[in-house]
Ligand binder design. Sequence first.
Ligand code: C5P
Length: 300
Amino acid sequence: MSSVTVRVPAKVNVQLSVGPLREDGYHDLVNVFHAVSIFDEVVAKESESITVSVTGKWSDQVPVDDSNLAIRAALALAKHAGRTYGADLIIHKDIPVAGGMAGGSADAAGALVACNELWGLGLPFDDLMEIAGDLGSDVPFSLLGGTAVGTGRGEQLSELPTGGTFHWVFALANGGLSTASVYAECDRLREAEAADVPWPQPNDSLLEALGTGDAYALGSHLSNDLQVAALNLRPELAPTLDAGRQHGALGAIVSGSGPTCAFLAIDALHARDLALSLTTTGAAHTAVPAYGPVHGATLV
Ligand code: C5P
């Protein structure tokens, strides 16, 4: 096989509950992930060494050196297999960069699946999940897709059946936010308030809404503990969230660590109208309708 293509989705967190800061610098989470229909494509081609190049909307914002998570994924896979392998990785980016939608994690997950196939390793899914967890907290979910509750750093996943398709609009912001800086701002705010940080718990009403496919109930239970921190760093997101609510969104939250804002719509038509309203009123420069859940990293 000389070339393999893998499609990987973005995610939104419908519940992101952040526990106290751990000694290792991470936080224990209840992180309810939901994979949505904005995709990156990772192509792996036979090569002597491991390289990466990026095409598409956000290509100029993605590093192509060894800090690129897709390269690190390919290197980790080769190490796991105990041999030196090569691959030219070509990433076609549609997921916003540093946008709180796990774009970098998606590319890492895509590289794992693509190189596993290109190199004929035939590693089972569980092995890929283990390597994924070492690469980043969100990488296992990018492999798995669907809807799932993540605990620990977010890498310990249990799948959640959903009762239907949910329709979303994602308002893209100018420039990204670093995940680490948003968590640090969250810690700073909690310290300043001397707040008692409870152990994160799943919201049963939200899980029920996902299970029954009730968009109205899901919209009213969306929550993100990183949102206050993200809004502190990017105050201009607050009017964007308000505009979405005014245009009938069932729920409006910052996606993960932001700055992308996520709006839950009633149905596909409402999502299209909502996206149009957000852009024509200037509340967002780009608004993308999408649906979920969708599959994780998939060979095409
Ligand atoms: O795991 P990942 O490399 O994606 O995490 C990026 C940063 O986000 C970490 O360095 C940490 O600052 C923060 N983080 C956290 N708690 C988590 C996940 C991520 O504090 N559960």
